[in-house]
Design a protein around this ligand. Sequence first.
Ligand code: UTP
Length: 227
Amino acid sequence: MKVVISLGGIFLKDATRIKEIAEALEELAESCDLYVVTGGGEIARECIKIARDLGANEAVCDYIGIAVTRINAKLLISALHNAYPEPFSDYKEVTAAKAKGEEAKITVMGGVSPGYTTDAVAAILAEYVNADLLIDVTSVDGVYDADPRRYPDARKYDVLTAKELVALTAKEELKAGSRIVIDPVAAKIIERSGIKTIVIDGSNPRDIFGAVQGKHRGTEINPESHR
Ligand code: UTP
């Protein structure tokens, strides 16, 4: 089974958390082919804000965000024993490394190019490697009809079709560093690839195992026909 995880930058902000998540990922990699895409978290947002205050345009801000996601990828790799030693910067590099036929290793990468977030990178990677499952490990416990941090009455979805996800995310602003659970580009890729996607809260890294087994309290996004 091939699993791609989009890991929010919030889970990479100190050594204790990184070790915890790395342990869970290594255990998971014993039973599946694992790919992890790391987010930039607050540090990315802070750096983007400084760049924007200095007059940088959105593409420049995006590149600053990408740099932070790659630093986080390197931090995660430092805690893993069975990962490729450097973050990949492109999807094709991943399959080229795998084609060399070495023992199975965890693939870790950060951002790729401006205009989207690491959720979209994870969705494109999932499509490219024909993954069975995409898990978005984030700081909220699923997809809501509004930001639950700002609207306490927001309603959480247990299940969504990819088409519904596209409609929900279409109104989101795609500025560098925006706070969105799944970005609209990721939603479109999830829709076109038909890949099953689960959004969960990553506060307890062990919950990732539940998600792989289909037991979770997050949001499941299925292709239209599987609703
Ligand atoms: P993130 O993927 O970390 O954004 O990328 P996020 O959705 O806020 O994720 P969390 O908070 O870690 O969960 C940080 C920023 O880097 C740029 C974007 O500006 C994004 O907002 N970025 C990232 C890109 O432009 N392209 C990429 O491929 C990845």
